[in-house]
Design a protein around this ligand. Sequence first.
Ligand SMILES: Nc1nc2c(ncn2[C@@H]2O[C@H](COP(=O)(O)OP(=O)(O)OP(=O)(O)O)[C@@H](O)[C@H]2O)c(=O)[nH]1
Ligand SMILES: [Mg+2]
Length: 243
Amino acid sequence: MQLDFVNRELTIKLVYYGPALSGKTTNLVALHQAADPASSGRLMTLETRDDRTLFFDLLPLRFRTPGGLSVRLKVFTVPGQVIHAATRRLVVQGADGIAFVADSRISETQHNADSFLDLKHNLKEHGLLLHDMPVVIQFNKRDLPGVRSEAEIAELAARGREPVYLAIATQGLGVIESFIGLLHLTFGSLDATHDLARKFGFDARALLEEVAEKLGTKRSVRELLSACVGGALDVLRPEEAET
Ligand SMILES: Nc1nc2c(ncn2[C@@H]2O[C@H](COP(=O)(O)OP(=O)(O)OP(=O)(O)O)[C@@H](O)[C@H]2O)c(=O)[nH]1
Ligand SMILES: [Mg+2]
């Protein structure tokens, strides 16, 4: 997180992590398409001819809170291919929150697990603990055959602390829900660490509503957040659990 006191501007870094071809770039493309052009900058992607991310993608978004605070979100993806290990380590540096995009197919279980471990190691390289990091998990590619059942995912989710979302990123399904879930955790964590509400009049809920609106959804933030199949969205904001 970067805080520019003079211009009352907050910059937050979010990273979409996960194994190769799980759909990280597709999530960013869907967010970019959904976003109001006034809030969204150009989606920057650098890919090989076969659509594999070579370095990273970056989607810049900008919002203004009712209190006059300007919030810039820099949404990155890492390149999932194993050979790009050094790049992933670089991209994850300074992340305020992570969306882990897993491939729902049972055949991809090991790749998902390897990538999650890789994330943990890379955070550690920067002195960060996965446990302290706001993380949501998205099980993508729900439309494909051979996927883990919803009941099974719900069971996995119930055992973990990370909120879990189901998605078909190519159809834009579950993309906004996952993103709003990630923002909810990340804002809560930053607020708790830096006391943003008291010092800056940072209103996380109002900002979430602003983001949801600018992403063109008619659904309420509450509805979007409750799309998660398990985990604990309240890990970092216990008071939200009662509302
Ligand atoms: N059927 C289906 N295909 C998907 C879905 N999401 C992404 N894809 C496809 O999966 C392929 C890989 O998607 P990307 O978004 O490029 O994957 P990535 O995670 O960015 O991959 P790397 O950049 O190599 O790490 C593309 O052909 C997408 O169209 C989905 O929900 N369902
Ligand atoms: Mg990619």
